[in-house]
Design a protein around this ligand. Structure first.
Ligand SMILES: Nc1ncnc2c1ncn2[C@@H]1O[C@H](COP(=O)(O)OP(=O)(O)OP(=O)(O)O)[C@@H](O)[C@H]1O
Length: 309
């Protein structure tokens, strides 16, 4: 994205309470790696449009106007408080509102699963105690036993967040199930009511544990499936199962979509949308799964050329 003077862009909010929101603005000046923008909806103290100098990393192109069908659990942008907020649908209405050519849907705000400090304290006391007992040779704690103890404490404090439903698919490292929240009004109330849960036996779960780390690093990247946390449950045969709680992608994978589209490939609108999403992703995370021509001396290093997958 070149972000020339006069171009309309969207700026991601980074201040407290503004994370995950995008505000439309116009570029009014440029310097290497930075742009001065004038917001269309945010005002300065004197009532004039707010102007700000920001890094180009906070910019994205305005999204294309598409008429989309929304499903429960879809990730969407919703117009709220003068900006677009990333969320997921928790209810869909057929009512169409004329906001920027998009439908208005009810959203649950972006959430982050933060462990409460008392839970961290319990963990700390628990691990310190076993570390001390182990060092004093008062108990022999094998790693398997240790994991079971962790599970016991985990279960005594929290039961599983959701009911597991049918199998959606299997990958090399785990099986993916659709799941519903057990108690939508519990501490998980900010989770979408429908989740995808990727499960594998604890002993072979290192890859999906790694996946959690990767997804956490990509948190805030609006086009990447979100991870809501992890939990350990007991499987049917008593084995310990590691579960990754993921945003449910109702649209299936891009590969599924391409395969379904037959010989002519993706419809033009769908292709544009996918290119746009991959473009935003590459801007934010420097993803190298496709090549984009390098642009002049800009920090972002990408241009408006079509993506080559
Ligand atoms: N968050 C999700 N929402 C909906 N369906 C999903 C989700 N994650 C995975 N799936 C479905 O489950 C299948 C298996 O996914 P998984 O991530 O385990 O493996 P994969 O990406 O297909 O392959 P690999 O194991 O090589 O990564 C996918 O093909 C997809 O159809």
């Amino acid at each position: 994205m070149s972000c020339e003077i006069g171009e309309t862009v969207e700026v991601i909010g980074i201040e407290d309470g503004m994370e995950g929101s995008y505000f439309r603005a116009q570029v009014i000046d440029r310097s290497p790696g930075r742009r001065t923008v004038r917001y269309q909806t945010l005002l300065a103290d004197d009532g004039s449009p707010l102007e700000e100098v920001i890094s180009v990393r906070r910019l994205r192109p305005p999204p294309p106007t598409v008429v989309a069908r929304f499903h429960l659990g879809d990730m969407v942008d919703a117009w709220h408080n003068d900006g677009w907020w990333v969320g997921s649908t928790i209810a869909c209405s057929s009512r169409v509102e004329g906001i920027g050519g998009r439908r208005k849907v009810e959203v649950s705000q972006e959430i982050e699963w933060k462990e409460s400090s008392w839970w961290k304290l319990v963990q700390l006391v628990f691990f310190s105690l076993f570390w001390w007992l182990n060092r004093a040779s008062m108990v022999e704690v094998s790693s398997a036993c240790f994991l079971q103890l962790v599970q016991l404490v985990f279960f005594s404090l929290f039961s599983s967040a959701c009911f597991r439903g049918c199998l959606i698919g299997k990958g090399c490292f785990g099986s993916v199930y659709v799941a519903n929240l057990k108690k939508p009004k519990s501490r998980y109330s900010s989770f979408p009511p429908i989740l995808a849960v990727k499960s594998a036996e604890v002993s072979v779960s290192s890859s999906i544990q790694k996946e959690k780390e990767v997804l956490n690093n990509l948190r805030g990247c609006r086009n990447v499936i979100r991870c809501f946390g992890e939990e350990i449950t007991t499987g049917e045969n008593g084995q310990m199962v590691y579960n990754l709680l993921l945003q449910y992608g109702s649209g299936r994978t891009l590969a599924d979509l391409i395969n379904k589209s037959g010989q002519n490939g993706l419809p033009v609108e769908e292709r544009r949308r996918s290119e746009y999403e991959l473009h935003c992703w590459s801007e934010e995370e420097d993803v190298s799964c496709f090549s984009v021509e390098e642009s002049d001396t800009e920090e972002t290093g990408s241009s408006n050329n079509p993506l080559k997958l």
